[in-house]
Design a protein around this ligand. Structure first.
Ligand SMILES: O=C(O)CCC(=O)C(=O)O
Ligand SMILES: [Fe+2]
Length: 320
């Protein structure tokens, strides 16, 4: 009895009262059984929890392996109206292999997004210029460009020179007002970039290419249509030190897919295009990026970039 009581007590607060009143072995066995009966829901719950954890862990690892993107963070949502979002990132060494222009060549690197520099109305006017120009040509694949400076226009599987192709007729397509609007927008973006990076706007020069892009979900026909590859603008375009993109249409309203993605080690940061939104960043490999494939609709944007090297500068596009 005594032993039984002690054994019973040693099982703790949940011990059966039966055990406390009986010291024989049979009572002990029955008490153990009773105890086991009481415990089984908890054991099952623990087992189920363990299995769920293993399954969830396995699923997450599988997702990470499957999805090279890993974690994704949204820097700018389509519905946001952002004033001055700026994130500093350490500069890559890319700038060391080029001639340095102190007070301009990036020492502070990063990325910014603003919806406060260009209005949605201005973006709409610029989109109409892009639509007009691009309607004269167009790639057979999903990505068409119109370079305002050189006049290069996608046509089928190649490019034509819009200014040469249309000669004087170009005056019926574009107006002085269109070019004045481009110049005004370019100036304001240039000032915003200079302010964000703590440099003088006068040390920046517009550089080529500066182009409208129109993307839809038609399959690529040539490598020129493959806009989705990860790249570094300084490598792709050489002269770029500061890249800016002005979006002319709205993610989820005008098109699906087509988000801009900064590809950082271990995580991605996306920018959802919105008409009038300016995204700007230093052009080195600290800002490796890509554009998601457009799933539906048409995405319009204009690339306006700057160099610190006056030799690589160009004048604003003019009506030829
Ligand atoms: O259109 C975009 O969002 C980005 C395009 C781009 O990365 C480029 O033109 O280099
Ligand atoms: Fe790019």
């Amino acid at each position: 009895m005594h032993v039984g009581v002690q054994k019973g007590v040693s099982w703790g607060a949940g011990s059966s009262p039966l055990v406390l009143t009986c010291g024989c072995d049979r009572s002990l066995r029955s008490a153990k059984k009773s105890r086991a009966r009481q415990d089984w829901p908890w054991r099952w719950l623990k087992a189920a929890l363990l299995v769920s954890l293993v399954v969830a862990g396995g699923f997450l690892s599988w997702r990470c392996l499957q999805n090279e993107d890993g974690v994704t963070e949204v820097l700018a949502r389509h519905g946001d109206n952002l004033r001055d979002t700026f994130i500093e990132v350490p500069c890559s060494e890319d700038y060391d292999s080029h001639k340095r222009f102190e007070g301009c060549t990036p020492r502070k690197c990063g990325r910014g997004v603003t919806d406060a520099v260009i209005t949605r109305e201005e973006a709409e006017r610029i989109r109409r210029i892009a639509e007009r120009g691009l309607s004269l040509g167009g790639s057979d694949g999903g990505a068409s460009i119109l370079d305002l400076h050189s006049g290069a226009l996608s046509l089928g599987k190649h490019f034509v020179n819009l200014y040469r192709y249309f000669g004087d007729k170009i005056q019926d397509i574009f107006t002085e007002e269109d070019f004045a609007l481009y110049r005004d927008v370019r100036q304001r973006i240039q000032q915003r970039i200079a302010q964000a990076f703590g440099i003088s706007a006068a040390s920046l020069y517009l550089t080529k290419p500066t182009f409208f892009s129109r993307i839809n979900n038609t399959g690529a026909k040539t490598t020129h249509d493959e806009y989705w590859h990860p790249h570094v603008d300084k490598v792709t375009y050489g002269s770029f030190d500061y890249t800016s993109l002005l979006y002319l249409s709205d993610y989820t309203e005008d098109f699906g897919g087509g988000r801009f993605v900064f590809m950082d080690a271990g995580s991605n940061k996306t920018i959802e295009p919105r008409a009038g939104r300016v995204s700007f960043f230093t052009s080195g490999s600290e800002n490796l990026h890509r554009v998601e494939k457009v799933q539906w609709g048409t995405r319009y944007a204009v690339t306006i970039s700057f160099t610190c090297n006056p030799d690589h500068g160009i004048g604003d596009p003019v009506l030829k």
